[in-house]
Design a protein around this ligand. Structure first.
Ligand SMILES: [Zn+2]
Length: 172
């Protein structure tokens, strides 16, 4: 059973430095910002800025407490990965956020930490892929976001983030 593992702030920061270097090599950029008591790591897909009205972006709510050398809380306090797009008006999430609990199967601490970061990398790869494939609305150019329909058994579709001004939808 996967159990909670204490990941240190410095371990997480080392991981994010690696991601920052990797995205720079891809022509992307990264930044840190704070939201409430939490440090947020952002990944801006400058390599996809050809979309015009927006740039795909990934925000990672790291659980690192602002101004402290610890992660916030424990157990259920998950790292959240949000795929979206930055527009002139701000950041728009374009998919349901992914939650990553700081857990790993039993074993030595080294093995558990390695397993956690492997999982983190996989989640980030999936997020990067999702961000890189965000489409522009054919009518207004704003990003299209994944939505869940109220009818049709909650099936997923793409809807324009300009809603209600723009009601463009596309089936998935
Ligand atoms: Zn639109």
């Amino acid at each position: 059973m996967a159990r909670f593992i204490e990941i240190s702030t410095s371990e997480l920061e080392t991981f994010f430095n690696g991601i920052a270097n990797c995205c720079e090599a891809n022509g992307d950029t990264s930044y840190w910002e704070t939201q409430g008591s939490e440090m947020v790591f952002g990944l801006v897909l400058m390599s996809r800025q050809n979309l015009g009205a927006f740039v795909p972006e990934i925000k990672i709510y790291t659980t690192i407490a602002k101004g402290a050398s610890t992660v916030r809380g424990c157990g259920k306090d998950a790292i959240r990965i949000v795929v979206g797009a930055s527009l002139e008006s701000g950041f728009k999430p374009c998919a349901k956020s992914q939650k990553l609990l700081r857990t790993a199967p039993a074993g030595s601490r080294d093995d558990r930490v390695a397993a956690f970061f492997d999982r983190f990398k996989k989640a980030l790869r999936a997020a990067y892929k999702a961000a890189a494939t965000i489409e522009a609305c054919p009518r207004c150019g704003r990003p299209m976001a994944q939505r869940k329909s109220k009818a049709n058994g909650g099936s997923l579709f793409l809807g324009c983030t300009g809603y209600p001004a723009c009601k463009t939808t596309k089936s998935l």
